[in-house]
Write a new protein. Sequence first.
Length: 278
Amino acid sequence: MDENKITNLKKIANEIRKESLIMIHRAQSGHPGGSLSEADLLSALYFYKLKVKPKKPHDKDRDRLVLSKGHASPAFYAALAMKGFFDKKELESFRKINSMLQGHPELKTPGVDFAGGSLGQGVCFANGLAIAGKLDNKDYKVYAIIGDGEAQEGAVWEAAMAASHHKLDNLIVILDKNQVQETGLTKDVMNIDPAADKWKAFGFNTIEIDGHNMEEIVNALDEADKVKGKPTMIIANTIKGKGVSFMELNHKFHGKAPDDKQYKKAIEELEAIDKTLQ
């Protein structure tokens, strides 16, 4: 991919970060840390890789995306709106009563394929979508984004075993390995490393990347397309709160909205990043 396209994906990722913070600050509720860490992944998926039709969100041949770490919905909603699944003005209703944009994704929202809730369930659901694709002789891919704290859940590993057993080469799991969960550093709460070795042992084609390096993300997604006979795990090494200095690797911003002063500083920092991408 040429440099201009990579730069454009970086710009989109930064816009996703800004929109995420705008939503969370307005609602005074939400999860900024994990939204900021997944922004680059969502930019590459929605604006480079995924075969989707925003005006036909239930198209039978579409690629599917399961956001298993559903609490990081702000970045997900921002990406969906920017892609054209619904009017960007809808973002103003985030977490309001009767809004289609709740704290965790719901199926009533255009572009949502999985109603996230209890962590660990997304890979299980993604397995089902992938198996259905095989049974229906469809060529679509299924992508599932999970968190590293989430990877402590037993259901994740049951699903990994099943995906390998069924040779689901149409399944790509992406680990947003942002190093932090609700109560502290993941390595201190319950270390999931060596993550790559574990997923390889479960029969996955495993790719490890810098989850904030757009070229590496794009190349990993392309490589996953070529794999036959086994599912793929992309371990994206990321930073919780990426792009906002005082949120980076700070577990206090796992599920805490910034106050007015913090919000102003955060947006200023993200706007400064915009200037470097001109």
